[in-house]
Design a binder for this molecule. Structure first.
Ligand code: ASP
Length: 327
């Protein structure tokens, strides 16, 4: 590069940095949008709305939830990846479409690591295996025995191909050696409607949305995916304790921004969230829903970025071992 060209480039860069620094002072100047890639009323939507509301109060700016369901979260994710990287559009991402999807889809319209900047991680949420209120199955062993005697006859509802309800059911089937039939919806909420109506036999749902259904006695819980029993689910055993030794899983979530989003915007949103997390009454409320708080250093943008990369790798093995297919 000629010295004059170099100087011009340096001047342009300095001007751009100053322009954003000036904007960053006023950031956020308008409402933020968080894309939830599932139907409203499901576990992702419920967590996102709660966290958005608390974060928004600290940020002093509204956060609008935009539900963009379909294809296990991958449609909304692709939309978020292509959104302007200006600090106003974010994705509520989870283990499925931001961890497992690259191993499941031959062609994925985005790369969870290369196309996004991590902003912050949510607490994790275990899942619970539910059956209909009038189901003949009282335990996970009953379900497995029926499934083994009648291959393909057990219908498991899920939130879409590659959603956590789908992935966890596929892992369960693989480890328990049963052949199940997956029935996909545009989110856990419509899947739950069909479970309650007796249209499907079972479903793995997150604890936060399973609890109100259990309280209303619309469904029954037969097993947990947590490593230990949970007081919110009295008498419900963890699958890993006896039925499938070592089985343990929870959905992880994070907020992501399109790659290239200004660092200052990411920091402001992350800091607003950490201020919200300092409210113990709120974190206690989440914990009461079975949501699992993490060590403080696990919520940071860097920790989420590392976690995402590690999970994309981990799922390559898990998906291959469990032979999770998209059919
Ligand atoms: N998180 C749910 C799942 O992946 C979907 C939803 O929130 O509707 O199963």
């Amino acid at each position: 590069m000629q010295p004059s060209t170099f100087r011009r480039a340096a001047v342009a860069l300095a001007a751009a940095t100053l322009a954003f620094a000036a904007q960053a002072q006023g950031y956020p100047a308008k409402p933020l949008t968080w894309i939830v890639p599932f139907a409203a009323g499901g576990p992702t939507d419920a967590m996102a709305r709660d966290i958005a509301q608390r974060t928004s109060t600290q940020l002093g700016q509204q956060i609008i939830i935009e539900n963009t369901p379909g294809a296990g979260g991958t449609i909304g994710s692709a939309k978020a990846a292509r959104a302007p990287a200006d600090g106003y559009t974010f994705l509520v991402g989870h283990m499925g479409y931001m961890g497992a999807a690259p191993s499941l889809y031959k062609k994925l319209a985005y790369d969870p690591v290369k196309d996004f900047d991590a902003v912050f991680r949510f607490p994790d949420t275990p899942l619970v295996l539910l059956v209909g209120k009038n189901s003949p199955y009282k335990t996970a062993e009953d379900l497995i025995a029926h499934g083994q005697q009648n291959p393909g006859k057990l219908n498991f509802g899920n939130a879409g191909v590659g959603s956590t309800s789908h992935l966890v059911a596929a892992l369960f089937a693989s480890r328990a050696k049963v052949e199940i039939t997956s029935v996909s919806y545009k989110g856990a909420a419509p899947a739950m409607t069909d479970l309650v109506a007796g249209q499907v036999d079972a479903m793995f749902d997150q604890t936060n949305t399973a609890l109100p259904q259990l309280a209303g006695e619309r469904v029954r819980a037969v097993a947990l995916t947590s490593d230990k029993a949970m007081p919110q689910f009295p008498g419900v055993p963890p699958l890993g304790q006896k039925v499938i030794p070592g089985f343990e899983t929870a959905t992880w979530y994070g907020i992501y921004a399109p790659k290239g989003t200004p660092r200052e915007a990411i920091q402001k949103v992350y800091q607003a969230y950490t201020k919200a997390l300092a409210d113990k009454a709120w974190t206690d409320k989440m914990a009461a829903q079975g949501i699992r708080m993490l060590p403080d250093d696990q919520y940071t943008p860097d920790a989420l970025a590392k976690h995402t990369a590690t999970e994309v790798e981990r799922w390559r093995k898990v998906a291959a071992e469990a032979r999770i297919s998209l059919d």
